[in-house]
Design a protein around this ligand. Structure first.
Ligand SMILES: [Zn+2]
Length: 512
């Protein structure tokens, strides 16, 4: 009963042989360059949303990261429409989607010491895109499974991140995957070449790896589920980077830079507001353990330290939503949206608050906007309920069907809501019948294939025998979830009867 989502980019029709632009090796490829580009541009925005949205407070930082990224990308072996963004996410991490769409979390930026280390991070990600590592993972998946099915993945520190639905699931899957050891070493190796060619001192790639090893030994919070989940640091990587830099040494440019002063000046604003984000993280933790008053106190501290950060107002709205104070919730969602309109969580929260307040029009408007930014099962289910109470069954079915692709309790709830609506229209999809001849009587084995009890099930038996066409409908009062029973039709045949055709169909079913 799970819907099949046709994701255009993974309809793979033909395989070709191509030279990898970075390594120069011949390899079989199923995912064409145009598919890579399409995938990257389709998945970039939902992937940003699912990972915290853009860091907006200090836009010059994003401009700066873009500038460093482009400086490295321009010397890469593959001309792609590279883009770089800074995400509003405290987990130290960076990722690249196929087609050169790259992101770095603010949580990683504050851990770096100079521009060359940033170039090492971005160079590494540029290689992932240029050398088709994401595309190759998809191809491996395709080779193993025939079809790559997007599944629900918990990819974000956000409450709703587990419930991404539809095509956006694919992006989440791509950016949380592990490329494997070979791809990581390849990215380190060519990333170092690129950063050096772009004018950065490649020693920074070594100091960066050493720093990562130190953090991993100290089990630094955030790193293990962030960057280290996909990029395990190791003495091997440090040693390989040292060898790569040593081999480059004779041919290095004379004007290499670490860019420490420049980096420190660009990161100063974010670093000087770290205490605000620490208070925000505390508020998040308190809110998720339902200590709402303490969460409010923490988020107020964050806001007083950094009144320009939209995320803080969004969380304050979430806390009031949780407390059932919907007007206050809306007040703070509005403050968040005023500062950053393009982040789904504020619209989702406001849509839920308006639903509770009974303002259906505003509820629908906000939930729809939330889905435009990132489709979630939470918003789909809420929209489904709204459509249902408007009597618009068809729209409701559409929302529930989309929400079904999410895992967990929300996906299950959607699945049940959808089945309830669809059952009356298509009873034979849910109730199985198999005709049997039992001691001369035409019978049917009837199975309720749904996880819910079904009532008023009509089974229609049609028989053409001895030149007569006969029909009879048997009504069953109730079938429990998964129940299987045999029902007679009253039609009996002897050896002398000429039976031309028999059909048994479910003609009606409904729910209590
Ligand atoms: Zn990597």
């Amino acid at each position: 009963m799970r819907p099949f989502f046709a994701i255009s980019a993974i309809i793979l029709l033909s395989a070709g042989c191509a030279v990898n632009p970075v390594t120069g090796k011949n390899e079989i490829s199923f995912v064409s360059e145009s598919q890579e580009l399409q995938l990257g541009s389709e998945q970039y925005l939902p992937s940003q949303q699912s990972q915290g949205g853009l860091y907006q407070v200090n836009k010059p930082l994003t401009d700066y990261v873009t500038e460093v990224g482009q400086r490295v990308a321009v010397v890469s072996d593959r001309n792609l429409p590279y883009e770089f963004v800074v995400l509003n996410n405290g987990v130290p991490n960076a990722w690249a989607l196929p087609g050169g769409k790259i992101a770095v979390n603010r949580g990683l930026l504050v851990a770096l010491d100079n521009e060359a280390e940033l170039a090492a991070v971005l160079g590494h990600e540029v290689v992932h895109a240029a050398a088709r590592h994401g595309a190759k993972s998809m191809e491996r998946g395709v080779l193993l499974q025939g079809v790559l099915l997007a599944t629900s993945i918990g990819a974000s520190n956000s409450e709703y991140g587990n419930y991404i639905v539809g095509g956006a699931q694919l992006g989440t899957q791509l950016l949380t995957q592990k490329y494997g050891r070979t791809a990581e070493l390849e990215s380190d190796y060519y990333g170092i070449q690129y950063m050096a060619e772009a004018g950065y001192d490649p020693q920074a790639a070594i100091t960066l790896q050493e720093k990562f090893v130190k953090f991993s030994e100290g089990h630094e919070q955030g790193w293990l589920d962030g960057l280290f989940a996909s990029h395990p640091p190791s003495a091997e990587r440090v040693a390989k980077n040292e060898a790569t830099v040593a081999a480059l040494a004779p041919n290095l440019r004379a004007d290499l830079t670490l860019g420490t002063a420049r980096y420190q000046s660009k990161i100063a604003y974010l670093k000087s507001h770290q205490d605000a984000y620490t208070a925000f993280d505390q508020a998040n933790t308190l809110a998720s353990s339902n200590e709402l008053e303490s969460a409010l106190a923490a988020i107020n501290r964050a806001i007083s330290r950094e009144p320009r950060e939209p995320r803080f107002y969004g969380l304050k709205g979430d806390i009031y939503l949780e407390q059932g104070d919907y007007s206050q919730a809306n007040r703070y969602y509005a403050e968040a949206i005023k500062r950053d309109e393009a982040y789904y969580e504020y619209h989702l929260g406001r849509g839920l608050a308006y639903t509770r307040l009974g303002n259906r029009e505003q509820a629908r408007k906000n939930l729809t906007r939330s889905n435009e930014l990132l489709p979630t099962a939470v918003a789909m289910n809420a929209l489904g309920e709204l459509s249902l109470s408007d009597g618009d069954t068809q729209s409701a079915k559409g929302y529930f069907q989309t929400a079904m692709s999410a895992g967990g309790t929300l996906g299950q709830a959607a699945s049940i809501a959808f089945t309830k609506l669809d059952l009356a229209e298509n009873p034979s999809k849910y109730i199985g019948v198999e005709p049997r001849l039992l001691e001369g009587e035409l019978t049917a084995i009837v199975t309720n294939q749904t996880p819910i009890p079904v009532s008023q099930v009509d089974i229609t038996f049609s028989v053409t025998a001895n030149g007569d066409r006969l029909q009879r409908t048997i009504s069953l009062t109730e079938l429990a979830a998964g129940q299987r029973l045999t029902t007679g039709s009253g039609f009996r045949f002897s050896d002398t009867d000429q039976v031309e055709s028999i059909s048994v169909t479910v003609t009606r079913a409904s729910l209590q």
